[in-house]
Design a protein. Structure first.
Length: 504
C-alpha cells in the first residue's frame, strides 16, 4: 500500500515494514537504510477488530449449517420407506411377500401408491409400474393401504422376475419414491443323480441344489414319490427323477434320467404250433425276456438227447426261430440264449415232439365205429324187449330149438359180430357187423360197409319187409352149437310185418 512521502508498507507477520524511497531525513538518520517506525498501538487495534469480525462470521456460518442439518434430519424423518427384508430368495413357481412400511408428514394425506420394477432399457436404468407390465397381470396383489403399510405379494414366480422393486406414494403436496429397493432372486431347483448309469446293486445318490435356503426337499420318479435320496439300484429304479420343495410341487426341477443296467431276466420261449405237431406242419419259437439295455444277441440251441446237454448244437440266431416243414428229426429240446451289454441268460428247455401224420380216413373210420358202438346197445335192448314181448304172446313158437334170447357171436377170423334174434320155430333174424380188418378189407370199403350194415340193421328190424338181411361170409361164423350145414328157407313174415332171413 502507498504511504505519504513515497513509502511502501509491507505486511510482515503482525507488524508492518515501511520501505523509504527518498533521501529526506524525517527525524530518522541514515536515510539509505530501512527503518521500522513504531506504530504498534494502532496496528494492534486494527488487527483485533479484523479478528473479531472473522470469528463472528465463522460462528454465524456454523449456526446456519447446524440449522440446515437439523432441518434435513427432520425432513428425512417425515418422509421414509422401509423394507423388512431387502434381499429375498424364492423358488420358481412359489409366492413371495415384500413386507414394507412408509411414513410422511402428519399434515399430509396419501392419494396414490404404486410398485415399480427397475430395468435396464437400452442402456438406461428405468422404472416401470407393475400394472403396466403384461407379464405381471394377475400375479401381484397390493396388500398395503394409504396409511403406512405398503406390503406386496407376487405369485407364480418365474426366473425372469429376478430384479429390483421400488415403492412410490403420492400425497396431496408431494410425491416420493423409495431410494432403496427390494432385490428379488428367483431360482429353480437343479437335480442330479450319481451315477446316471448303474448296475444292479450299485448305490445311487440323488442331489438337489438351489441358491435359496429350503427346509425340506422331496423326490419323484416318473411323478411317483421316492422314499429316500440314497438307495441300491433295482430293475424298477430306471426312470426320470426330479426334486421339489415340500408342499410346492410347482417348484419341481427339470428331470434327470437314471438307467439301471441288468442282464436278460425271465427268459422264456413262446411257441406257435399245431397240436399235435405233425410231420409237414410248421412251428415258430420266439424268445422273450426283460433286459436293460435291450438284448442285442439271441442264440438257439438244440439237443436230440434230452439227458445229455453236451450234445447241444447251435441251430439259429435272432429272436424268432421258424421250423417249416417239421420233420421227425426236429424232435428234441430247444433253448434260447439272450445277451446284452450287462450279461446273458438262458431259457428253460422246451421239448418239441414231432409225430407221424395220421390219414384222415383212418380218423373218420375210427369215429364212425365209435358212434356205432355207442348207438348199437340201446337199439339191441329195444329190439330184444320187443321180440320177447312178441314171443310171449305167441305160445305156438315155444318149440323153437333156440333159447328165446338174442345171441351174439364174435368171429376172431374176420373181426365180425353176429347177432341172432330167435323168431318162430326154426326162424331167427341175423345181422352181421363187420369190423375193419386191414389185412382183408380196404379202409374205404370198411367205412362204407359199416354205414351200410347199420342202415340194413335198422331196415331189417323195423321198416322194410321182404328184405334179405344177409352179410358176407356168414358161413365162416359159428352160430351157437349148431354144426350142421345151414340152408336157406323161404322168408316168412312175422306178426310185426318184418321179413327176416331164417336158417334151419
Amino acid at each position: 500500500m502507498k504511504l505519504k512521502n513515497g513509502s511502501r508498507e509491507v505486511k510482515a507477520g503482525l507488524g508492518y515494514v515501511i520501505f523509504s524511497s527518498t533521501h529526506q531525513n524525517s527525524g530518522c538518520h541514515n536515510c539509505k537504510r530501512i527503518k521500522t517506525c513504531s506504530t504498534a498501538s494502532s496496528s494492534r487495534e486494527e488487527l483485533q477488530r479484523a479478528t473479531a469480525q472473522v470469528e463472528a462470521s465463522f460462528h454465524n456460518m456454523i449456526q446456519v449449517l447446524i440449522l440446515l442439518l437439523l432441518q434435513q434430519e427432520k425432513v428425512s424423518a417425515a418422509w421414509s420407506v422401509t423394507f423388512e427384508n431387502p434381499n429375498i430368495c424364492a423358488l420358481r413357481g412359489s409366492s413371495v411377500e415384500f413386507r414394507c412400511s412408509y411414513s410422511y408428514p402428519e399434515e399430509e394425506s396419501v392419494r396414490e401408491t404404486a410398485w415399480y420394477r427397475g430395468r435396464n432399457q437400452n442402456g438406461v436404468w428405468e422404472r416401470f409400474r407393475l400394472s403396466d407390465l403384461p407379464s405381471y397381470n394377475g400375479r401381484f396383489e397390493y396388500q398395503g393401504d394409504h396409511a403406512h403399510n405398503c406390503s406386496l405379494v407376487l405369485r407364480d414366480l418365474q426366473e425372469n422376475d429376478t430384479g429390483y422393486y421400488y415403492f412410490w406414494f403420492d400425497t396431496d403436496k408431494f410425491g416420493r419414491r423409495s431410494k432403496t429397493s427390494v432385490f428379488l432372486s428367483v431360482t429353480g431347483l437343479k437335480a442330479s443323480v450319481r451315477p446316471d448309469r448303474a448296475r444292479l446293486g450299485d448305490t445311487v445318490t440323488l442331489d438337489c441344489r438351489t441358491e435359496c435356503q429350503i427346509a425340506k426337499i422331496i423326490w419323484f420318479r416318473d411323478e411317483h414319490p421316492v422314499a429316500e435320496p440314497t438307495f441300491q439300484a433295482q430293475t424298477t429304479d430306471t426312470g426320470n427323477y426330479s426334486c421339489a420343495f415340500e408342499g410346492l410341487k410347482s417348484s419341481q426341477s427339470n428331470p434327470v434320467a437314471l438307467d439301471v443296467w441288468y442282464p436278460p431276466l425271465n427268459v422264456s420261449v413262446e411257441v406257435i404250433r399245431s397240436d399235435p405237431l405233425l410231420v409237414g406242419s410248421s412251428v415258430t419259437l420266439t424268445c422273450r425276456g426283460s433286459a436293460s439295455p435291450a438284448a442285442i444277441t439271441y442264440t438257439w440251441w438244440y439237443s436230440s438227447d434230452v439227458s445229455n446237454s453236451s450234445t447241444e448244437l447251435q441251430v439259429g440266431s435272432g429272436q424268432v426261430l421258424s421250423i417249416s416243414p417239421a420233420e421227425l428229426t426236429h424232435t428234441g429240446t430247444y433253448i434260447c440264449q439272450a445277451q446284452n451289454r450287462a450279461g446273458q441268460s438262458r431259457s428253460a428247455e422246451l421239448l418239441l415232439a414231432v409225430e407221424e401224420t395220421v390219414h384222415p380216413l383212418i380218423v373218420l373210420g375210427i369215429g364212425i365205429k365209435a358212434i356205432i358202438l355207442l348207438v348199437l346197445p340201446p337199439i339191441l335192448i329195444w329190439v330184444w324187449k320187443r321180440r320177447s314181448h312178441s314171443d310171449a304172446n305167441n305160445k305156438e313158437n315155444t318149440s323153437n330149438d333156440y333159447e328165446n334170447t338174442p345171441q351174439l357171436f364174435w368171429s376172431t377170423t374176420h373181426h365180425s359180430i353176429l347177432l341172432s334174434f330167435p323168431e318162430e320155430k326154426h326162424l331167427h333174424s341175423i345181422m352181421l357187423l363187420t369190423l375193419y380188418d386191414p389185412q382183408y378189407t380196404p379202409l374205404s370199403s370198411a367205412v362204407m360197409l359199416a354205414l351200410v350194415e347199420m342202415i340194413m340193421f335198422l331196415v331189417c328190424s323195423n321198416l322194410a319187409p321182404l328184405v334179405l338181411c344177409h352179410v358176407k361170409r356168414l358161413s365162416e361164423v359159428a352160430v351157437g352149437t349148431q354144426q350142421s350145414r345151414s340152408k336157406a328157407v323161404p322168408s316168412r313174415t312175422t306178426r310185426d310185418g318184418l321179413a327176416m332171413t331164417t336158417t334151419e
